[in-house]
Design a protein around this ligand. Sequence first.
Ligand SMILES: *[C@@H]1O[C@H](CO)[C@@H](O)[C@H](O)[C@H]1NC(C)=O
Ligand SMILES: *[C@@H]1O[C@H](CO)[C@@H](O)[C@H](O)[C@H]1NC(C)=O
Ligand SMILES: *[C@@H]1O[C@H](CO)[C@@H](O)[C@H](O)[C@H]1NC(C)=O
Ligand SMILES: *[C@@H]1O[C@H](CO)[C@@H](O)[C@H](O)[C@H]1NC(C)=O
Ligand SMILES: *[C@@H]1O[C@H](CO)[C@@H](O)[C@H](O)[C@H]1NC(C)=O
Ligand SMILES: *[C@@H]1O[C@H](CO)[C@@H](O)[C@H](O)[C@H]1NC(C)=O
Ligand SMILES: *[C@@H]1O[C@H](CO)[C@@H](O)[C@H](O)[C@H]1NC(C)=O
Length: 441
Amino acid sequence: MHVFNLAFVAASVLALQAAGQSYNETLYNNYNYCQGITPVAKQTYQPIAAAKLLKVQVMMRHGDRTPTAVLPGKQVDYDICSNPAELTSVGGNSKTQSPLLKPLITITEDNPFADIFWTGNCEVGQLTDRGQNQTFQVGKDLRGIYVDLLKFIPQFLDTSKLYVRNTYVWRTRVSAENMLNGLYPLPCRSPGVEIEMDTFPETIETMTLNTACAKGVSIYEAFIKTPTFLNFYKQNYALMTKINTILGVENIAQTNETLNGDTLMPRYCNNIPLPCSATNSSDCITGDEAAQAIAGTMFYAHGPLRYEAGAEEAKRLTSGPFLKTLANGIRGTVNGTSGVKPFEFYSAHDATIDQNLAVIADPDTPWPGYASTLILETWELEANSTTGAKAGDQVVRALFEGRVVPANPNLNCTLDACPLDTFLSFIESYVPADMMSECAM
Ligand SMILES: *[C@@H]1O[C@H](CO)[C@@H](O)[C@H](O)[C@H]1NC(C)=O
Ligand SMILES: *[C@@H]1O[C@H](CO)[C@@H](O)[C@H](O)[C@H]1NC(C)=O
Ligand SMILES: *[C@@H]1O[C@H](CO)[C@@H](O)[C@H](O)[C@H]1NC(C)=O
Ligand SMILES: *[C@@H]1O[C@H](CO)[C@@H](O)[C@H](O)[C@H]1NC(C)=O
Ligand SMILES: *[C@@H]1O[C@H](CO)[C@@H](O)[C@H](O)[C@H]1NC(C)=O
Ligand SMILES: *[C@@H]1O[C@H](CO)[C@@H](O)[C@H](O)[C@H]1NC(C)=O
Ligand SMILES: *[C@@H]1O[C@H](CO)[C@@H](O)[C@H](O)[C@H]1NC(C)=O
């Protein structure tokens, strides 16, 4: 896996350089798309000294998953989803399922459609065993910090302190369940206590670009005609052709114009052999090529928010509504609004984290890996003559990939301790006052 990591970093650099972008190796030399990093108490996590934590907001990407689309040809056995069940009913350290139900994903050879699907035990876009473990571990790591080290939330589950939201997608819900089992294992819960899992209907979802926002969708579509993208396309054309020929989709419009990194990722991250040509078994996709394809595939989503003229507007239309949720959560806690909970957890997608990073972070931040977390902490400082802090000053710290987020050049602070007003007024400047009219074409 280590060799793969190094290959991946090198390939990311290549893909980004090909796209005319820089890549900050100093900050992200441990970056691994297959495994996001959450800080660990006393190792990579330190509280702000002489300060009181007021609020925590965690955004987590779901864990490792299968591809979100099936390409033609039955070239792979995804036998990596042994536990499709939801885990909620029992919880606990061992990830036991409901004693009364055992869901199974069933894929048999005699299914009349077997030829158009993979074999194994996974649905499309399903959280894998690896993904379950990753998100469970995030919960344990968060417990190590916010329960054990800081005692910010109690040892024993108190649902008045914990807000949970996930998208209406199986993998983010199950990822949230795993995280909660790590954060509050069964012995730390009273029998029968329910954790509410808030979910917006997909039609009105705000944690990713809502396709009802026509203008937002159009910016992504327009991006692929920009010089930045066309340069990227040219640089990656040979790789695209090779991959798509091996995958057998070279003549299928829509699938032949991308690097199809999404299809390669589950194999790459689960050590499943990469695809070879159906007509020449020694013509295969290499690990380096897969890594470059994965990084390049993200450019279709990462680029529109960062490069070319539409970027500022794209940030408003993708992340604006959710930034408002985050800002309101902070304001509510700071001002003691009743019912606002100190610990908020959002189980969502790579795009959710990336869209927020596009606003607050240096444009170089890498695409969020599986189970990666973006954490916003709001602190209240004690007076300190060295730093000039006055008693009661409030600041926001942002952590991604286990470290402080390098701030966007337009944000007038660093994100180890950004004055609360600076942070809030900056993110709120990206919130459309009237979303639907800004979304209209
Ligand atoms: C990378 O980040 C470090 C730390 O913020 C900074 O000192 C350095 O200038 C950056 N390098 C590039 C090439 O952006
Ligand atoms: C004041 O801030 C400095 C610099 O961050 C820190 O080293 C010091 O411990 C702080 N002093 C107190 C009393 O917290
Ligand atoms: C998941 O975790 C369990 C328990 O620690 C372990 O036995 C199993 O091998 C892990 N599976 C994967 C795919 O990482
Ligand atoms: C995709 O297919 C079209 C039409 O067959 C072709 O012109 C184009 O070059 C192909 N793209 C790639 C990346 O191979
Ligand atoms: C099969 O692929 C290998 C590796 O790309 C190549 O060296 C070889 O020439 C190919 N064989 C044929 C018959 O095309
Ligand atoms: C808290 O409430 C006061 C009074 O409404 C308001 O002036 C202040 O801006 C609020 N603080 C935050 C962080 O929202
Ligand atoms: C940026 O922050 C500094 C220090 O907090 C402040 O003095 C300055 O006025 C701010 N500039 C802008 C443009 O907000």
